[in-house]
Structure formats: C-alpha cells, structure tokens
Write a protein that binds this ligand. Sequence first.
Ligand code: ADP
Ligand code: MG
Length: 717
Amino acid sequence: MATLRDDLKSLIGARSANPLAEKLGITTVGQLLRHYPRRYSDRGALTEIAGLEQGEHVTVMAQVVNANVRSMRNRRGSILEVTITDGSKQLRCAFFNRAKWHAERLRPGKTGLFAGKVSEYRRTLQLAHPEYELLDEMGASAVDEFVSEIIPVYPATEGMQSWVIARCVRQVLDLVEIEDDPMPPELLAAHGLASLDSALRMIHRPPDFDSLDVARRRLKWDEAMAIQLIFAERRKSAVSRPAPACPAVAGGLLDAFDARLPFTLTDGQREVGEDIAADIAQPHPMNRLLQGEVGSGKTVVALRAMLQVIDAGKQAAMLAPTEVLAAQHARSLRELLGDLGCAGELGAAEHATRVALLTGSMTAKQRKQALLDAASGAAGIIVGTHALIQDTVSFADLGLAVVDEQHRFGVEQRDALRSRGAEDSSPHVLVMTATPIPRTVAMTVYGDLEISALRELPAGRSPITTSVVPAAEKPAWLERAWQRIAEEVGKGHQAYMVCPRIGDEPPANNGEGRPAISVLDMAAELEHGPLSELRVGVLHGRLPADEKDALMRGFAAGKVDVLVATTVIEVGVNVPNATAMVIMDAERFGLSQLHQLRGRVGRGEVPGLCLLVTDALDGTVARERLAAVESTLDGFELSRKDLELRREGDILGAAQSGKRSGLKLLSLLRDEDMIADAREAALGIVADDPALGNHLGLAHLVTDLVDPDRAEFLEKS
Ligand code: ADP
Ligand code: MG
C-alpha cells in the first residue's frame, strides 16, 4: 500500500518521475498530490487572453483560427504561424521546426491547451514554439479515460507542461489509495469534512464544480491544522515551563498606585487587567498579546501588571523598539508612578520602587549604575530596547517582560526572552501592539499567544479628522494645508510633518518616478517658504540618541513648533499639545502605519487634524488606500481593508519567517471560522498528545505543509 511519503520513482518510474523532480522539486506522492491545479477549464471553454502578461509561462485553452506555413526570408526552411483565439482576442504562435507536421495537427477550429512563455512580436502577444495538446487527441494520449468535462490546469513551467503533470497525477491516483487519513475520524465527522483520499481525487479530477468546493474545504482544513498544531505545541511547551508566581499582595505598590490613579479605568482596561493579574499569579508563564489602538491606555495596563510583579518581590522589564521610545517609556512610567517610583531619592513613598533606563547611548557611568540596579534588584522596572534581552544585562529576578510594539518583535526574540528568568524559569510575557490586526491574522502570526484587545478609547479623547490632499490635482489644497499648520501654531499648538525618507542617502532613483520627499529637503524648504516664521525641528533615526532625546524633550516642552520627522515618531510618542500632522507622499506608507502615525495627534483636549498629502491620482489603488484611512478611525476595520488590498502571501510569509510556505488554499480573509475551529481542534489534540506520537500522520502533515525547520519539535517524536 502506497502512502503520501512514498517515492514517486518507484511508483511511476524514473522516466516520469525525474522531470517532476528536476523541474518542480516534486519527489513524493504527497508532494505531487498536493500540487493542486491552479484553475480549471470547462472542456472547451477558452481562457481569456487579454489578461496574459509578458514573460509569464502560461497554459491557455484556445482555438486555432488559422495556420500558415511560409518560408523564411533569410534562412532556409519554413516557419509555421498559427493564430489562436479565446473568441475575442488573438494570440500568435510560431513554430520553427517540423512546421508541416504541426500544421497537419493544428487545423483551424481545433481546440486545445497551449503552453509557453508569453512574448511580444510586432505589438501582438505571441507564444514562441509553444507546447500544446489538442482536446480530441487527449483521448488517445495517456489521459485516456478522461470523462470529466473539467480539465485541470496545473502550475507548470518550461519543460513540464500542465498536461504532463495531469498524466502523472492520474497515474498515481490510479495506483494508490490513501487509507491512512491523518485526520482523526471524529474531527472529520464533527466538521463535515471529506476523507483525504476523496478530497485529493476530487481536486485533481472534479466530476463537477460542487465537488471542488468539498475537496477544497478538506484540503484547507489540513493547512489550517498544520499551522495551528505548531502553535498549539508552542503554547503547550511554553506554558509547561516554570514561572515565578506573582499573586497580588494587598496593601502593596499596586494598591497604592490604584488609589491615586487620576482617572477611572475603562471596562476594557479592567477586564484585561484581571486576566493578566490571574495569569501572572500562576507558576506558569503568561504569553499574552494585548492589542489596542494608539491611546487606548495600554501603558497603564502594563504598569499595573508590573507593580503586581514587584509586590511579589520580582522585577519587570519593558522593551521598546527604539531608544527614543525606551527613554519616553521610562519617563512616562516615572511620571505615572510619582513618588512611588523614586526609591532612594528624597521624598520617596514607602515601599517605592525605581525605574532604570538602559540604552546603548548612555555614558559608561550611567550604564554601570543601571546595570547595577538591575542586577541588585534595586530597580523594580528596567526599561530598554530589545537589546536588553540579547545583552549581558543580568536581572536579580525577572518576573515579567512587557514588550511594546509587537510588529518588530518576532518569535525568535520571544524565545530568547523565555530563558531570562531566574533558575530555569521563564518570565511572564506581555506583548503590546498598537497595530490592530484581524483575528485570523493574529491567530496565524501570533498563534502561540493568548490574545486580548482594548477596543474603546478612554473617555474624553478628542476626535481626529483625516483629509487627503491631492497635491498634483489641487495645488491650492496644499497651500491651504500649510495655512492650517500655521493656524494651529498660532493657537499655541504644535505639528508634525512626516516624510518617507531622511535625505542624506543617495536617492534611490531607479527610473520609477521622483524620489520620495525627504525630511532634510522638507525642513530646508519650510525655512524659506510657507512656514519660515515657525520654529522647525528635524528628527530622524540617524541622529545620535542623545540628540534625538533632547529634541523630543524640546518638542514636548513646546520649544519647537513643527517637528519634521521620519516614522521614528510612529510609535509611542505622546505630546498632547501636538494637534496637527501632515504626512508627505502619504501613498508610500502602509495603511496601518498611517493609522499609527495619526494617532500622535488628538491626544489632548483639542481635536486632531491629519493631512495625507499625495501626488497619486484619483482612481488609483494608492488613492483608494488613502481614502480608506480617511474614512475610518477604527483600526480593526482598517487592518481588514489593508489585508484585502495586500497579498496574503506576505502575511503568511512573515508567519513562516519569510520562507516559502506550503499553504496553497487557505485564505486568512475568507477562512476565518475554519482557522478558529482548527485552533480549537489542535489544542485538543496537543493537550493529550503533545509530541503527536499517537498522531504520526498529523506530525507528517506539519512537516510536509509548513516549513520543516519550524516543525522541528515533531522530529523528536
Ligand atoms: P497607548 O500606549 O495604548 O497608546 P497610553 O497608555 O499611552 O496609550 O495612554 C494614552 C493616554 O491616555 C495617557 O496619557 C494615559 O495616561 C491616558 N489614559 C489611560 N487610561 C485612561 C483612562 N482610563 N481614562 C483616561 N485617561 C487614560
Ligand atoms: Mg504606548
């Protein structure tokens, strides 16, 4: 009995198997059967020619219009020119060898599959000496009993045509029966899924289009399970490690902090806070993702967790993606804590703690003190960049790590964190992100984390108005934009101006339009132009850290009217007096990035204003994206739109650490419910059988469908 892992060579012979291996890297039965058709042709239904692109290898169903042999002018021999059509558009095919023989077969009116690389010849598209297979010859070929009206078209390459693949698939399907379905029968029954054997048969040789849906549902399920099994295992192994239990202590720092909190927590902050409090009281590590809009109040939630940990005699670390942000976090934590945060200083409260800041740019002396405070336990909270975890920093007893801004903090870094607790224990981990992502993306990209969200903003938040400024079409609007900035400053407020690049690098001008507007050019222009009266500051990532820090502090203190910056201000920066933002070349930023950026304004009493300046023209996708940002302030809705406008491969790619993924059918957008079901099912299986020792088929599914490196845990079984 053949199985999915069997070698193709022994099954269909080297002559058929070798080309598959050489051209497509397919060597096993499973790899071939999971090489699904890209699309299907209704027998005789022609493929649209209009959409073909030059340079692509294509397989089209088309009909011969005419075929003419003519002799070549400057060479001996003859050439066959064949015109094929989809009924409206035509494609030229040229044959340079055996012209007469091909002409015999390619009679006008004949229909078949034609495959080759699309090129251009005298301003019409052509296939140079294509491979082809005619419909009425298919019966005579190896595809003999082809009864179906639906013809599969496979992802093919030069030298390995769709119909050759179809023949091999058919040969294999005739020889094997997949009896050992990896999916437990209860699961199949519970979710109404077809068996693997019938799903594979149907996807390759669908008797009708309805059965295709049935087949796809089952095969998608396999993909969803493969991912979720990995995450389920990761979660299980993370949770089974020891962690410092930090139960709440009555009358401690947390209680003192709560008692003086100048505002009431939102319902969301309270609920998430309770979940976290319960988690970190356990002797197993918390691994939680907290999503929340910019300004939703994540910092307070994190600080309360840190205080509970300090009350239990442990330390907390807070990691930020940049030094600017780390410094800012340290400052705002100290502010929030007041005299609860200045242990060792005059006027400190009883059982106060200390916040230590550790960055690469500190003086040796400052650094030494901070390291000492971390190692001795004098500092309850240590704030730094992500380098804190790779570094030689030693903690007296790290109980909790709070990671701000997840989208720059990957799986590997989370793993590195796990080893930083005392005596083999793992600290609790709270990851916070201001980029809301749809549920399925979260389950796929951060599947090993519990997920919480703050969906409401604290009361009293001012609204943000966003407007697109089409500078190319309406130059007067740009003038008006500068006026608006001047007006804001006139009212005593401040503004940000964001540009896509710094400007001290050679502009990457690869012939694709003008280079992006730069911070340095913009600042120079402002000084001599519309905002020459205003105090302009320049901030970007290549300034020395102390300069950045001084500048941010100056801006926060109101000493700068307009801060011209790169996206370094994207995250975390909090200056309530800044009420306006202009984003130049806005179409060059991602949607969530724009959303994140505009969250810097409207943080005070005054409504915020965000202007998206663009040269993109009305009707382009770029403008559609900007219109989406204009139309909603709901980050979750926006992230969904973003997903629709982006290619999904990018997201799955990120989940697979950039490696090519074996996921072919699953869609994060459309298969939300299935992914959730699979997550549930995977957790159930891994709970009883963590190493999948009793589910060898599932273990193989994971290694075969997902990157084998990421599935290394299964190899141990
Ligand atoms: P995030 O980190 O989620 O972007 P912050 O934690 O920085 O947001 O909070 C933004 C501002 O809102 C801070 O000034 C914070 O003190 C304030 N804030 C937080 N929670 C509340 C609340 N429940 N009510 C009023 N203001 C709040
Ligand atoms: Mg924040």
